[in-house]
Design a protein around this ligand. Structure first.
Ligand code: GLA
Length: 382
């Protein structure tokens, strides 16, 4: 994205120049709804990001301009200063979480913008949190490491936005590396970079351009289901703190002690954790046919067991399957947003054409197509 417009606006609003920072959105190859269960994920940061120019202003007020929305807001950083605009809550939340951890943050001026599509499952909100987390850490020399910055972003979602998300999105935005996916163990936060160059294949996202309402409350309910099952298992196995710690025998033991709905959600999580491990082995062997097969399995699980898909996503998944696409599934939290598709180079054009035409014909909405380019994580630009 050209940051010229951010810089021009900053200069005209604040009559000075600040520093420029960016942090990206993410894809996730496999491992969905496993992060808050302590499982594994396989995300990568992408070439779509949030950008901010920022400078300390010597007052106790934040003066922020959201360029894409053309909205200007001023707010303080006291406990009761939560702004009403949803985007400003992210900025305020990041600052408050830093202050809770002992940071001395005073007022600043900022203009920000981005090209991560909103509501598409590419984590525009984590990109925003990480962009400001990284920027504030740098301009005030706060000394937080990237782990802490990711946790600050996650805590912002929990405490100021109301989404009880896992750590995947913020971690990917903070730790991303060009050309690599991140195999992250969400229990220990140990991670490895995995080179991702699937010879002969491409990764492409198709955005349904729908974001169904209540997605965040449904997301929190899924998390609650998992916690209910953990609580039941814990009665027999106190060392189990997360679904990741449980095995199939432990799950089966509580089949009659949890609701059928919670049980089937937990089944999905255990299967998905295993699927990710299988995919990592397949990638080591350059076996992308197996990777693709697992992606379809994830979609079926997310659609039928975890119930976070929707008609539009299922439709795109069907088109992929019947067009010979190697792997396809709903990506991210669900209830709209994108499918991620692993496709052989020679099938790409035909599939995209068919998907666009048939989707538009059925839903009267033009879907968006994004080729996945894996780029670096949060950083200073100027
Ligand atoms: C959202 C959340 C993540 C993760 C995914 C599902 O993106 O923010 O923490 O749970 O959904 O895998």
């Amino acid at each position: 994205m050209d940051t010229k417009f951010i810089q021009e606006k900053f200069k005209s609003l604040f009559k000075t120049e600040g520093n420029l920072y960016t942090s990206p959105g993410r894809i996730n190859l496999i491992g969905e709804h496993t992060d808050y269960n302590g499982g594994f994920v396989l995300p990568g940061s992408i070439d779509k990001a949030m950008y901010c120019e920022i400078k300390s202003n010597g007052t106790s007020t934040i003066r922020a301009y959201a360029l894409d929305l053309e909205e200007y807001v001023e707010f303080g950083l006291g406990e009761n200063d939560l702004p009403t605009q949803s985007w400003a809550k992210y900025l305020y939340g990041v600052c408050r979480e830093m202050i809770k951890r002992g940071a001395a943050i005073v007022g600043f001026d900022t203009v920000f913008a981005g090209d991560v599509p909103l509501g598409a499952g590419m984590s525009s909100s984590a990109a925003l949190e990480s962009c400001f987390g990284y920027a504030l850490n740098d301009i005030y020399q706060l000394g937080f490491d990237r782990f802490e910055l990711a946790k600050i972003g996650q805590a912002t979602e929990h405490n100021y936005v109301g989404v009880k998300c896992g750590i995947m999105d913020q971690f990917a935005s903070c730790f991303g590396k060009e050309g690599s996916l991140i195999r992250l163990d969400c229990r220990s936060l140990e991670y490895q970079y995995v080179l991702f160059h699937p010879e002969g294949y491409r990764l492409v996202l198709i955005n349904t351009c729908v974001a169904h309402e209540l997605a965040s409350s449904a997301y929190n309910k899924r998390r609650q289901s998992c916690e209910n099952v953990v609580a039941a298992i814990q009665r027999r196995h106190p060392s189990v703190k997360l679904l990741r710690d449980a095995d199939w025998c432990m799950l089966k033991e509580v089949a009659n002690e949890v609701t059928p709905e919670d049980y089937i959600r937990a089944e999905f999580v255990l299967e998905e954790i295993q699927r990710l491990l299988d995919v990592c082995v397949a990638m080591e062997n350059n076996d992308y046919e197996t990777v693709g097969k697992k992606m379809y399995e994830t979609h079926i699980g997310l659609s039928r067991k975890y119930e976070v898909s929707c008609e539009e996503l299922d439709f795109l998944n069907d088109i992929a399957r019947t067009s010979g696409v190697t792997g396809s599934r709903v990506m991210g939290g669900g209830f709209g947003g994108c499918t991620i598709n692993l496709i052989k180079n020679e099938l790409y054009d035909g599939f995209i054409k068919r998907a666009l035409e048939s989707y538009e014909q059925k839903f009267k909405i033009k879907p968006q197509v994004y080729d996945v380019v894996i780029k670096a994580g949060a950083r200073k630009l100027l």
